[in-house]
Design a protein around this ligand. Structure first.
Ligand code: C2G
Length: 155
């Protein structure tokens, strides 16, 4: 019985998250996923679009996930590994080397990320659709148009 553990925010759940979870489910018999709480994210200066309860529910419903635990702090990993009898701790390679210090209590591995998708990029796209942003763009367009008209009159 191999128990695998990982952590993440899993905000705006996308194919990159799914591909990672599918690969982790294939590496062991039991998969435990730590989902970062809204308070923990706030401490990191991050705000998720989707609440912790909903992110945890979504991750918990993914085939292959056996247990979802709240991630409340950076330093809970070692205790979680012992508490859940973890054999293999895995993160995407954007965290490469960051958790090597845990290799005295279990195997630590990093897997290649899925390229071309991230919650940050999705948020950026959503931001451009934000009415306030559209207003800003319209104001800038108005200024440009006036400038061009003024320039045309000069020439
Ligand atoms: N991921 C991936 N491919 C992507 C995006 C993310 O494989 N295109 C992986 C990340 O490498 C990570 C997991 O999906 O292992 C979750 O990513 P995030 O939700 O961005 O989580 P993060 O903010 O990195 O939180 O204590 C660790 C933190 O909780 C990690």
């Amino acid at each position: 019985m191999t128990t695998v553990l990982t952590y993440g925010t899993f905000d705006l759940f996308h194919i990159g998250h799914l591909r990672l979870i599918e690969r982790l489910a294939g590496l062991g018999d039991r998969l435990v996923v730590g989902v970062s709480t809204d308070e923990f994210n706030a401490g990191k200066g991050k705000k998720s679009v989707v609440s912790y309860d909903d992110r945890a529910a979504i991750v918990g419903a993914i085939k292959g996930v056996d247990l979802v635990i709240p991630e409340r702090s950076w330093d809970q990993k070692r205790a979680d590994i012992v508490e859940h009898g973890v054999d293999l701790f895995v993160m995407g390679d954007d965290w490469a080397g960051k958790f090597d210090e845990l290799s005295d209590v279990c195997e630590v591995r990093y897997l290649p990320r899925t390229s071309g998708v991230s919650s940050t990029e999705i948020k950026e796209m959503l931001r451009t659709l934000d009415p306030a942003h559209i207003e800003e763009m319209q104001a800038a367009l108005g200024t440009l148009t006036r400038l061009l008209e003024h320039y045309r009159d000069l020439t």
